[in-house]
Design a protein around this ligand. Structure first.
Ligand SMILES: NC(=O)c1ccc[n+]([C@@H]2O[C@H](COP(=O)([O-])OP(=O)(O)OC[C@H]3O[C@@H](n4cnc5c(N)ncnc54)[C@H](OP(=O)(O)O)[C@@H]3O)[C@@H](O)[C@H]2O)c1
Length: 294
C-alpha cells in the first residue's frame, strides 16, 4: 500500500495513537465473505470518507477522519470495507493513485458540486488548490492563483496558471483579481484561506453572482465579512468536504482517459516514513509527499 498525505490535520495522531495518513492506493490481497465489488489483485484507492457513497455528506462522516478518529493508511496491509474503495485504473501508478483521495477529489468537487446536485458551466477564473484540474480542462478555465513564494509562482505558471498574485506583496489581491479580469472578477473562487482571506475573495468575486467554494482555513487575521459586501456580490457560498465515493470514482475515471498527472513532490520509502513527515512539516514541498510501499 502506498500513501500520501495532505496537511497537518491528516497526519497528526488523534487520541489513542491512531495510525496516521488519510490517502492510499494498493492491491487487494484478500477478500472476506460476501465481497462482490473487488477481487484479489484489483488495484484500488481508498475514499476519504468511509461511509459516504453519494448524495449529501452524512453528518457523522465529519467525525470519522482517517488518522484523526480511526486508523489511517500508513500500513502495509489494511482491512477495509469494500464500500470505502474505488478502482484504480492501470494508467495510474500507485504513487499517483495515493495522491487522489483527498486533494484531487476536493479540487474536483470544488469545481463540480456533485454533492449539491448542481453544476455550473465553464467557470473562467479560480485560484489556488484547483490549478491542475482547472488548467487541464478542454474548454479551459482561466486560472488565477495566489502564493507568497516566487519559486511556487513559477511552478504554478508551469502548471497552467494564467496569473499568479503574491498575496504578501499585494494584500489587496481581491482588487488585483478584478484588475486581471477587466473589472468582472472571478467566476469561481476556491477559498482555502478561510477567515484570513474571505473578505478578499468577496472583492475578487465582483458583483456578477460568482461562486465561492469554502475549502480551508489556512489564513488568519482577515477583515470581518461585511454583510453589504456579500449582498452586493450576489455570490453563492458553498462548502465542500472532499467528496463521496461517487465523486472519487468519477474523478479517477476521468484521469484514466485524460491523464493530467498529479503533481508529486517526493516519494519516501516506507521504512523512513519519518523523513516524509519532516519534509512535509518543513513546508518546502510543492505537490504531494508520497510514502511508497516496501
Ligand atoms: N474542505 C475540504 O474538503 C478540504 C480538503 C483538503 C484540504 N482542506 C483544507 O484546505 C486548506 C488548504 O490546503 P492545501 O493543501 O491546498 O494548502 P496549500 O497547498 O498550502 O495551498 C494554500 C494556498 O493558499 C495560499 N495562501 C495561504 N495564505 C494565504 C493568504 N493569506 N492569502 C492568499 N493566499 C494564501 C498559499 O500560498 P503559499 O504558497 O504562500 O503558502 C497556497 O498557494 C487547509 O486548511 C486544509 O485543511 C479542506
Amino acid at each position: 500500500m502506498t500513501c500520501s498525505f495532505l496537511d497537518g490535520d491528516h497526519f497528526t495522531n488523534g487520541p489513542g495513537s491512531l495510525i496516521p495518513v488519510s490517502d492510499a492506493a494498493g492491491e487487494i490481497a484478500a477478500v472476506g465473505e460476501g465481497v462482490t465489488r473487488f477481487a484479489v489483485g484489483d488495484r484500488v484507492v481508498n475514499t476519504f470518507h468511509t461511509n459516504w457513497i453519494g448524495g449529501r455528506l452524512p453528518a457523522a462522516e465529519t467525525l470519522r477522519g482517517y488518522g484523526n478518529a480511526q486508523d489511517g493508511q500508513l500500513a502495509q496491509y489494511r482491512a477495509v470495507s469494500e464500500n470505502a474503495l474505488a478502482a484504480l485504473p492501470e494508467s495510474l501508478t500507485y504513487e499517483q493513485g495515493a495522491t487522489l483521495p483527498c486533494a484531487a477529489v476536493t479540487a474536483w468537487t470544488a469545481r463540480h458540486a456533485a454533492e449539491a446536485g448542481r453544476r455550473r458551466a465553464h467557470p473562467r477564473h479560480r485560484r489556488c488548490l484547483a490549478v491542475r484540474p482547472a488548467a487541464g480542462e478542454g474548454a479551459r478555465a482561466r486560472v488565477i492563483a495566489t502564493t507568497s513564494s516566487a519559486a511556487k509562482a513559477a511552478k504554478l505558471t508551469g502548471l497552467g496558471a494564467d496569473t499568479v498574485i503574491d498575496y504578501v506583496e499585494t494584500p489587496e489581491w481581491g482588487q488585483a483579481v478584478l484588475d486581471a479580469t477587466g473589472g468582472r472578477g472571478a467566476d469561481r473562487i476556491v477559498e482555502v484561506g478561510g477567515p484570513g482571506t474571505f473578505a478578499q475573495s468577496l472583492v475578487a468575486a465582483g458583483t456578477h453572482h460568482a461562486e465561492i467554494v469554502l475549502v480551508g482555513f489556512v489564513g488568519t487575521g482577515g477583515a470581518p465579512i461585511g454583510f453589504m459586501d456579500l449582498f452586493r456580490s450576489g455570490a453563492t457560498v458553498r462548502k465542500t468536504w472532499v467528496g463521496s465515493r461517487e465523486d472519487t470514482e468519477v474523478l479517477v475515471r476521468r484521469l484514466a482517459v485524460r491523464p493530467i498527472g498529479p503533481v508529486i513532490d517526493s516519494v519516501h520509502p516506507f521504512g523512513d516514513a519519518d523523513a516524509a513527515f519532516r519534509h512535509f512539516a518543513g513546508r518546502g514541498n510543492f505537490g504531494k509527499v508520497v510514502i511508497a510501499a516496501p
